[in-house]
Design a protein around this ligand. Structure first.
Ligand code: PNW
Length: 460
């Protein structure tokens, strides 16, 4: 049996807007997702996160379920507007209390908290008054918010993720308009991303300058699919490499190398903002680990015509900028999101990151899949999800054997939840949630995952 290292971090993940509910409870301010969900046509069946999984009231029960699985770590996010209702001045102590209780309960259950500061639910006031991520002022607002979190939770939380998936915020929120704040543009994504990177760096600087004695680690989490060249041609190989740089190096290069990739500068010209020399210095080195959310793989080819884009959200980004044709191999199995199941793509991506960024410590902070689950006589026999986890974890284990410094893996998600524009139908959970009664049921995949953790192996 192939095993994982003893100190491997096994975890599950969620995010605030997707599970908490209690959207206006105890002084919480509205977020851009609260507002976005009220726009007709944006969310499948007009659903929203007002109640979601009601985790706000059921967190103790949820932590018991995590404990039963044997997870070592739980990654969750803080709703900025729950603790700072306008995102600016004014602290909502009731909101602080909620996260403080959650952290205490996790520690009691011997589960390490991993906090994401920003998982997309920006305080609405910051959007309306300061243009959200398009305004420069957000850099300081974010750092102030981060400082509050370090002050109040840093005595007990030692693992921090500043931003979840800047690519999604920029491309889906400011490029394609399918996520909040719903803007459509081919230049705004690059400006929003620029401010996200600066905000991340400033928060890390704050942590390192003033909270080093807490002894924690801090980094950013980015999402990236693998891009496999469609053919052996030099053109397709270059296209696949370019696609990866537009996807991941957009954010990882400034942090690990000090600036945007050359290929983006060349192709985007004035649409790509520039960092000053001081900013480059501030940004470089601001990640203690490489956080990666990985879901799927696509084939990439040099663009010889109309860009093909078969994914649900359009995983290609702004297609005309990178000029890459994306497609799927018809032999690949796909999930309910139409995302292909390609475990070897995960392994190749891990090696690509190790190579380009000098073998950093990597944590897979999300990996998982949506399938149409059914609760039959109190059980959910989600064989496909179980197989998915098994095959991806086997690929991870091989990558470790081959020298990749993969230190942990968080399954997305602990339970079924609000899947953004897709609403509640797309289920990613290890636990089934009945959204009428809010009752939770461990799926077969959760039981398998618990066995894998218990034996430190995916070969179970
Ligand atoms: C991530 N794409 O979202 C998020 O971090 C989660 O909140 C979400 O539930 C999960 O993955 C499943 O979707 C993504 O289009 C959304 O490439 C879209 C993409 C990737 C990740």
């Amino acid at each position: 049996m192939n095993t994982f290292p003893n100190d491997f971090v096994w975890g599950t993940a969620t995010s605030s807007y997707q599970i908490e509910g209690a959207h206006d409870k105890d002084g919480k301010g509205p977020s851009i997702w609260d507002a976005f969900c009220t726009i007709p046509g944006k969310i499948h069946k007009g659903e929203n996160g007002n109640i979601a999984c009601d985790h706000f009231h059921r967190f103790k029960e949820d932590i018991q379920l995590m404990k039963q699985m044997g997870v070592k770590a739980y990654r969750f996010s803080i709703a900025w507007a729950r603790i700072m209702p306008t995102g600016k001045d004014g602290v909502n102590e009731a909101g602080i209390q909620f996260y403080s209780d959650l952290i205490d309960e996790l520690i009691k259950a011997d589960i390490e908290p991993w906090i994401t500061l920003y998982h997309w639910d920006l305080p609405l006031a910051l959007q309306l008054e300061d243009d959200g991520w398009l305004g420069r002022s957000i850099v300081d607002y974010f750092a102030t918010y981060a400082k509050l979190c370090f002050e109040r939770f840093g005595d007990r939380c030692k693992n921090w993720i500043t931003i979840n998936e800047a690519w999604v915020v920029a491309i889906l929120g400011y490029g394609q308009g399918v996520f909040a704040p719903g803007r459509i543009s081919n230049s705004e994504p690059y400006l929003a991303a620029h401010h996200i990177i600066l905000a991340h760096a400033k928060a890390v600087q704050e942590y390192r300058n003033n909270f080093a004695q807490q002894g924690g680690q801090i980094g950013m989490t980015n999402n990236c699919d693998w891009r496999e060249p469609l053919t052996d041609s030099e053109d397709d190989k270059i296209a696949a490499e370019r696609a990866l740089q537009f996807f991941l190096s957009w954010f990882a290069d400034p942090i690990y190398k000090g600036d945007y990739p050359e290929v983006m500068k060349e192709r985007l010209g004035d649409r790509l903002p520039k960092f000053t020399a001081d900013e480059k210095k501030m940004i470089k080195g601001t990640s203690d680990f490489f956080g990666l959310n990985h879901y799927t793989t696509m084939l990439a080819a040099e663009n010889h015509g109309v860009p093909k884009d078969q994914s649900v959200y359009g995983n290609g980004g702004i297609s005309e900028d990178q000029d890459v044709d994306l497609s799927l191999d018809p032999n690949w199995k796909t999930t309910l999101m139409n995302w292909a199941v390609v475990p070897w793509g995960c392994k190749k991506l891990l090696h690509w990151i190790a190579e380009r960024y000098d073998n950093p410590d990597i944590y897979i902070t999300e990996n998982g899949c949506a399938y149409p689950d059914a609760l039959v006589k109190g059980e959910v026999n989600d064989v496909e999800r179980l197989e998915f986890y098994k095959s991806y974890l086997q690929a991870c284990q091989q990558a470790i054997t081959e020298g990749v410094q993969l230190k942990g893996y968080f399954a997305w998600s602990f339970m079924d939840n609000f899947e953004w524009a897709s609403g509640y139908e797309k289920r990613f959970g290890l636990h089934f949630v009945d959204f009428d009664t809010l009752e939770r049921t461990p799926k077969a995949s959760a039981k398998w995952f618990a066995k894998a953790i218990g034996s430190q192996s995916a070969d179970v």
